[in-house]
Design a protein around this ligand. Structure first.
Ligand SMILES: [Fe+2]
Length: 222
């Protein structure tokens, strides 16, 4: 039987996880105890993934229409303080599996949105500690209101600008925190794509049961 491939065999993924960890260390919590505690949880879990020398299931990448905007998103992100993180993403770019997460994609989203997981129960870095991934939105996209049952979520804006629930504008380097069940709707500025990374923490069973398959209240679905 062949041995599984592990982080030590694929250093690009290890570096990416380390950079993720650093991201959650140097970003300000803005004085919020809840956000500070979330950032700490994310760091602890990433740390465990690295220490366990987790399995890496690298596959060939899958694109979606929105990935035509990825280069622009990365290029813009490289102008920011987190340029090293963008560089780490580029080293695994060919393995990113971009997907929708919906059985039936809400109208208008097929061309404007996709996400790719970096770590989680189904890989590429295999773990049930945490889910880490990227979301890419085309300019002008509206991502319908949704909430995550039992999962605390944070998005970090890597490039572009987004708003959540029409409350505030998040430029590159901003962190948005969504506690479990918090309903949120994302809008994206008109001229550039928005590239976000996210972290989900929750109980193992919650993490293994959800991807971007949302609890979406009927009344607010787009
Ligand atoms: Fe979300």
């Amino acid at each position: 039987m062949t041995q599984p491939v592990r982080l030590q065999d694929r250093p690009a993924w290890g570096y990416l996880l380390r950079d993720y960890y650093e991201f959650y260390r140097f970003l300000s919590a803005g004085g919020s105890a809840a956000i500070r505690s979330h950032q700490k949880t994310v760091r602890e879990r990433i740390s465990r993934v690295i220490k366990s020398n987790a399995e890496v299931r690298e596959t060939e990448g899958v694109s979606k229409p929105v990935t035509a905007h990825l280069q622009r998103g990365l290029d813009n992100g490289r102008l920011e303080r987190h340029a090293p993180f963008i560089r780490a993403l580029e080293t695994v770019r060919e393995h990113l599996v971009w997907q929708y997460g919906y059985e039936k994609v809400p109208r208008g989203l097929e061309r404007n949105y996709a996400y790719a997981e970096l770590a989680g129960p189904t890989g590429p870095v295999v773990t049930d500690e945490i889910i880490l991934g990227l979301v890419l939105f085309a300019p002008g996209c509206t991502y319908p209101a949704h909430a995550h049952d039992g999962i605390a979520e944070s998005y970090i804006c890597l490039s572009g600008a987004v708003s959540e629930n029409d409350q505030g504008v998040y430029a590159p380097g901003s962190l948005i925190f969504n506690p479990p069940s918090h309903l949120h709707r994302i809008t994206v500025a008109d001229r550039n794509p928005a590239l976000l990374c996210y972290a989900w923490v929750g109980d193992r069973d919650k993490l293994s049961n959800q991807k971007m398959v949302f609890t979406r209240p009927r009344s607010t679905s787009k």
